[in-house]
Write a protein that binds this ligand. Structure first.
Ligand SMILES: C[S@@+](CC[C@H](N)C(=O)[O-])C[C@H]1O[C@@H](n2cnc3c(N)ncnc32)[C@H](O)[C@@H]1O
Length: 299
């Protein structure tokens, strides 16, 4: 993949990519649409944004407690990020439809993806063909009539519907609105919430999780970052038509680790609780020590 990316940017001066990367960040931050207007914005997206959305999607798909996923419908597929994640998680995947409105993304996606897939150039809302897994990653914010599209997406999801948004208060707000809407349609929540009651997050808090992204040298240079990684923050929701096994709790913040004890922030049935684990209580401590922000947790 890295080689393919490099061949796509071959011949584009570094300064052009850097300026494009800066503009892209600014446009997303200011919600200035359309976000990508020039060829170099797409290249900057592939280098700086795609690895982050890929990491977030991969992490979310790992949460799905069903392994038999044979088909994927990705709505607002961009360059095909969702397919790359799905094929790494579901060996059973046989067919994918990548629906995307922007021909430039489709053109780049065709160069990046070897697997035989159906690229559908279409503008949501539109008629959707049922697939096992329907994915909307980082696209809710861009589509008109999100409630209509999410209703259609849920109807088209034979097994699972996944929504992913940036882990910002605004991204979380979009997820939480769609959560209420999907519950009104009879959806069952699979993750992250271990319940279907009102979200207990209040005040300045919002439900979000981190995904570790390895950064290429070019990525570091474009973003002027020193570290070899960054943490992409995302909010998400997984729902199904049938009730599936859900955990008792989910870890909703970075574990607070001290010498001899640690504390987990847990979302349980309709409330948030902080639970302390002492090293003296060996088994429970060991289990908590191995857990990370975003993991399911059973007492
Ligand atoms: C931020 S990108 C996310 C791409 C990809 N899903 C990912 O996670 O990397 C959002 C995508 O949604 C597409 N999009 C926006 N509005 C759309 C619409 N009405 N119908 C189909 N695709 C749309 C954009 O062209 C863009 O490719």
């Amino acid at each position: 993949m890295q080689k393919k990316l490099e061949s796509l940017i071959h011949g584009t001066p570094f300064a052009t990519l850097k300026q494009a990367s800066f503009e892209l960040t600014e446009r997303y931050r200011a919600q200035q649409k359309p976000f990508l207007t020039q060829k170099q914005h797409y290249l900057a997206y592939l280098i700086t944004r795609m690895p982050a959305t890929l990491a977030a999607i991969t992490q979310v798909l790992k949460t799905i407690p069903i392994t038999e996923i044979e088909s994927l419908l990705d709505l607002g597929a961009g360059p095909g990020t969702g397919l790359l994640a799905a094929q790494s998680i579901f060996p059973s995947l046989k067919q994918a439809t990548l629906l995307e409105t922007d021909p430039e993304f489709i053109k780049l996606g065709k160069k990046l993806i070897d697997k035989e897939v159906t690229w559908q150039q279409a503008h949501l809302p539109c008629e959707l063909i049922p697939h096992d897994l329907v994915l909307m990653s980082y696209s809710l914010n861009e589509i008109p009539d999100p409630e209509i599209v999410v209703t259609q997406a849920f109807q088209a999801a034979k097994k699972i519907l996944v929504l992913i948004e940036p882990g910002t208060p605004q991204g979380y707000a979009r997820i939480i609105n769609m959560r209420s809407h999907l519950l009104s349609l009879g959806a069952h929540i699979v993750a992250p919430c271990p319940h279907a009651l009102a979200c207990p997050m209040h005040g300045n808090d919002w439900c979000h999780f981190p995904a570790r992204v390895e950064r290429s040298k070019l990525h570091r240079q474009l973003k002027e970052g020193e570290l070899g990684y960054e943490d992409e923050k995302f909010s998400y929701l997984i729902v199904s038509h049938e009730a599936l096994n859900t955990p008792q709790a989910r870890i909703i913040a970075k574990p607070d680790i001290h010498k001899g004890w640690l504390q987990l922030s847990l979302c349980t049935v309709g409330r948030i609780e902080t639970q302390k684990f002492s090293a003296k209580d060996k088994d429970a401590y060991k289990k908590a020590r191995k857990s990370s922000w975003g993991d399911a947790f059973n007492y």
